[in-house]
Design a binder for this molecule. Structure first.
Ligand SMILES: CC(C)(COP(=O)(O)OP(=O)(O)OC[C@H]1O[C@@H](n2cnc3c(N)ncnc32)[C@H](O)[C@@H]1OP(=O)(O)O)[C@@H](O)C(=O)NCCC(=O)NCCS
Length: 180
């Protein structure tokens, strides 16, 4: 089972965080390659750690750190996340374990959170499958809203899970065409 370990962003983990964020390629992120300066700027802006943000290493029981999750909007009832597995740990089903561990952490730690949300590019099929496997529901398909360098924008797809669904292991759906 994967566990979460808080990143000591401004202390012992700063170098490891810089290394992780700059040494992997994230093809489905708006900025797919980050420089040391980019990440330093993110750290200074509080994107990894401030009142609204937390970052955690994803710890595998045998292999140690396999990725990182950044939580955003933690003072809202609907926070968001940014999940990044290290390149060598992708494609092995660990994304599903990671999202389940992250969801349990967020609902367990933040009592006022009623729903948890994530967005990804329409062509990030692995992430979209992970959402579905974990019982998250697709709630929106924002056409042409995800900028792609040198290519037309693609859609951004939004998924969420409700606290009450997480507690009961169900997925509450709704009627898309509710005016028909
Ligand atoms: C996105 C991410 C979390 C997915 O986790 P993962 O463990 O690598 O996911 P997997 O590769 O096991 O894929 C999940 C499922 O999607 C399927 N899948 C993946 N790519 C696919 C494709 N192009 N077409 C069809 N199915 C696909 C896999 O076969 C798998 O299904 P299976 O278990 O039945 O075989 C991980 O790859 C990652 O961190 N990527 C980089 C950062 C990123 O894109 N993060 C998302 C931002 S929110």
């Amino acid at each position: 089972m994967l566990t979460l370990e808080k990143v000591d962003v401004n202390g012992a983990d700063r170098a490891a965080l810089l290394d992780f964020m700059t040494s992997h390629h994230f093809p489905f992120h708006v900025r797919s390659r980050l420089s040391v300066m980019d990440v330093q700027e993110m750290i200074d802006d509080g994107d990894f750690h401030d009142a609204e943000h937390e970052s955690h290493w994803l710890i595998h029981p045998e292999h140690g750190r396999i990725g990182l999750v950044r939580l955003e909007d933690l003072e809202d009832p609907t926070p968001l996340f940014d999940l990044r597995l290290a390149t060598s740990w992708r494609g092995q089903g660990l994304g599903e374990q990671a999202l389940n561990a992250i969801t349990s952490y967020v609902f367990g730690r933040f009592g006022e959170v009623t729903r948890f949300e994530g967005q990804t590019r329409e062509d990030n099929i692995a992430m979209r499958k992970v959402f579905e496997r974990c019982g998250w529901l697709k709630e929106a398909h924002y056409r042409e809203s995800w900028p792609v360098a040198g290519a037309p924008a693609v859609a951004s797809v939004a998924y969420a899970i409700l606290r009450r669904d997480w507690e009961t292991g169900t997925t509450t759906t709704f009627e898309w065409n509710d005016l028909d």
